[in-house]
Design a protein around this ligand. Structure first.
Ligand code: FES
Length: 171
């Protein structure tokens, strides 16, 4: 594997990366107005993050410099340039949740998963995040796994939720 610099952006050659999915995405969206963000979103959904080779492929197809693509991908918090867990466990750290014991929820989930906040589990099943108020203060403390919300969650319920979590597509 070799690295090189292209317009200030670090480029790495992951020769085994399957570019078929990004080619399909580009085929669907290229030519449409303002397609860069949708392309990045779809690519991230497909790959779980934005691999360097995928960003280069996008840059090539859209005739945008790699450094510009990296600029966009690093500007928005929604994009990730490193692999991360497939399912996002979010624990609210807003005031209402904090007062209702969110720290204990975070601690037990972190211990159960064996990771710290911001880290992914070794099997890449989960990534643990803490987030600002998600607007559900009435059911604080609040935890989410992907789109599923756990309100007024207890320490035991939070632990069970991650241990027993089955993604909808695996039901
Ligand atoms: S503080 Fe947690 S939902 Fe508002």
């Amino acid at each position: 594997m070799s690295d090189k610099e292209t317009n200030g952006a670090k480029v790495c050659c992951e020769s085994t990366m399957d570019l078929q999915p990004i080619n399909v995405i580009l085929g669907e969206l290229v030519g449409k107005k303002g397609m860069l963000i949708p392309v990045l979103q779809k690519a991230q959904k497909e790959y779980g993050y934005l691999p360097e080779l995928v960003l280069l492929r996008i840059a090539e197809e859209l005739e945008i410099s790699p450094s510009e693509i990296y600029g966009v991908a690093t500007f928005y918090a929604q994009f990730y340039l490193e692999p991360r867990g497939r399912h996002v466990v979010r624990i609210c750290r807003g005031t209402a949740c904090h007062v209702k014991g969110a720290t204990k929820i975070t601690d037990i989930v972190a211990e159960t998963l064996g990771v710290g906040v911001g880290e992914s589990t070794e099997d890449m099943k989960f990534v643990l995040e803490d987030v600002a108020c998600i607007g559900a203060c009435g059911i604080a403390p609040v935890m989410m796994i992907d789109e599923k919300t756990y309100g007024s969650v207890t320490v035991n319920e939070a632990k069970e939720a991650v241990v027993n979590f089955v993604p909808p597509e695996e039901d």
